[in-house]
Ligand binder design. Structure first.
Ligand SMILES: Cc1cc2nc3c(=O)[nH]c(=O)nc-3n(C[C@H](O)[C@H](O)[C@H](O)COP(=O)(O)OP(=O)(O)OC[C@H]3O[C@@H](n4cnc5c(N)ncnc54)[C@H](O)[C@@H]3O)c2cc1C
Length: 430
């Protein structure tokens, strides 16, 4: 069979790998001039490692991704340091990535609230009944079971930060996933995620897969027994096609989809993201903190501050201290239209809260990355609204971040859904 895959992110590449191994002819169309999709990175000429455009790490529970890496024989290139995550409380930051850290965190006092926090965490870690949890919002469930104080101090800032105006509508299964599928050790790949993506791309090419970079697909149409893929003004025919873009792009590419499937795609909600990467002359967090969780209510102009070089040594970046400042935002938020300099001006005053000695001249260089599709928003009973991987157009398949539910998006689940889609295309059980 001749198969086309739209998108060389980890979902598209994982599907291509399995389809080629099953003996088929595979072509990947990728609109960017690099592979890796949302997890791609970049580097300065004097850096040995790349930095991701949007901060990325793996959890030890990312079995699909770690399994694929093992299959490829690169497991010794995976590193799992234990960077420090901190939580803000009344002008200070406190470690919050261990049981001890949680016990000592002053934000919840040392009485009943802490016990409720612990019991709710334990329950969510142990239960597998996400179907019951998706029937209720995280806001209502947490208020009832964790209590108003714990919810407002701990969980509400997380929901507001990730989902902005939709925070009250997100279902409790999303919160369950956050607690269920995460570990305190965080992983990366030697050289950065881009190194892994590029090695994987090279491997696919060696296997005989054609990866067309800078090839934006304009439309996909059924023509007789085949699907016609149009890119750069030229059409080519394939027996099967897998699309791995956002749902709204999928709707644009294939207007011939029946109304109810198109409506389902267009009704899915998601948040965009704006992330600035800054190269600094000095370390920002003297304590060596990696991830700062920042509540919007405390007036921070970003949701997360992540000092990458407190996770990966600065020596890989020619001594530069690399920091991310990022936020999940509704498309149309002013950050999407601000220039890089305007955004820097907005962020800079917050930096002294991480280190009072910080001076604007510490900033050597900045890069700003923006995406409209960063985080799907799962509403109540979301499982009923997931578009099927096998679309109503025969032999046309769709696998995106919005369909990995109940899991939250991530490269691990991109690999999982890519491989699941490949099995379906091969006529094997899903
Ligand atoms: C801010 C942020 C932080 C994240 N943090 C993490 C993390 O810590 N750990 C983690 O594992 N994951 C993280 N993720 C999620 C992770 O990046 C995604 O889940 C994963 O990369 C999705 O892979 P994918 O293949 O499904 O889609 P994508 O990576 O989006 O790939 C789709 C590809 O399709 C291409 N494309 C789009 N339109 C066309 C077209 N018309 N023609 C041809 N090609 C097209 C795109 O260029 C893209 O390369 C994060 C994401 C964001 C935004």
């Amino acid at each position: 069979m001749r198969i086309a895959i739209i998108g060389a992110g980890f979902g598209g590449m994982a599907a291509a790998y399995d389809l080629k191994n099953a003996g088929h002819e595979v072509t990947i169309y990728e609109s960017a001039d690099y592979v890796g999709g949302l997890a791609a990175g970049f580097k300065e000429p004097y850096w040995n490692w790349s930095v991701e455009k949007f901060y990325h790490h793996w959890f030890q529970s990312d079995h699909e991704m770690l399994g694929l890496i093992k299959e490829l024989g690169w497991e010794e290139k995976v590193l799992f340091p234990r960077p420090l995550t901190v939580m803000y409380h009344k002008g200070k930051f406190y470690p919050f990535d261990s049981i001890l850290g949680a016990l000592l965190f002053p934000g919840l006092g040392f009485g009943l609230d802490k016990i409720r926090f612990g019991f709710v965490g334990l329950f969510l870690r142990l239960t597998n009944n996400w179907k019951a949890l998706e029937k209720v919002t995280a806001d209502a469930w947490m208020r009832q079971w964790a209590g108003r104080n714990v919810y407002e101090k701990m969980w509400k800032p997380l929901l507001v930060g990730k989902f902005g105006p939709f925070y009250r509508d997100v279902n409790m299964a999303w919160m369950w996933v956050r607690i269920k599928a995460r570990t305190t050790r965080l992983g990366t790949f030697e050289g950065g995620f881009q190194n892994f993506a590029s090695l994987f791309g090279d491997k696919l090419r060696e296997m005989g897969i054609e990866i067309r970079l800078g090839a934006r697909v304009e439309s996909i149409k059924r023509e007789g027994a085949q699907l016609s893929v149009r890119s750069d003004g030229k059409s080519e025919s394939f027996d099967k096609v897998l699309v791995t873009t956002s749902p709204s792009l999928m709707a644009k590419l294939t207007p011939d989809l029946p109304q109810n499937y198109l409506k389902g795609l267009l009704e899915l909600k998601s948040m965009g993201a704006v992330v600035m990467v800054l190269s600094l002359r000095h370390q920002l967090s003297n304590e060596g903190y990696y991830w700062f969780n920042l509540p919007k209510e405390a007036g921070f102009p970003m949701l997360a501050l992540v000092e990458h070089t407190n996770f990966v040594p600065k020596e890989h970046f020619g001594g530069d201290h690399n920091v991310y400042a990022g936020d999940y935002l509704e498309v149309g938020h002013e950050y999407f239209s601000m220039s890089d300099e305007e955004l820097l001006k907005r962020f800079i005053p917050a930096f002294q809260k991480f280190n009072p000695a910080f001076k604007p001249d510490w900033v050597k260089k900045i890069w700003v990355n923006k995406t409209n599709y960063a985080q799907p928003v799962p509403l109540v009973n979301h499982s009923k609204n997931i578009p099927a991987i096998e679309t109503p157009i025969e032999e046309l398949y769709f696998a995106s971040m919005s369909q990995v539910y109940p899991w939250d998006r991530g490269t691990n689940f991109a690999v999982e859904i890519g491989r699941r889609a490949a099995r379906m295309m091969l006529g094997q059980s899903s």
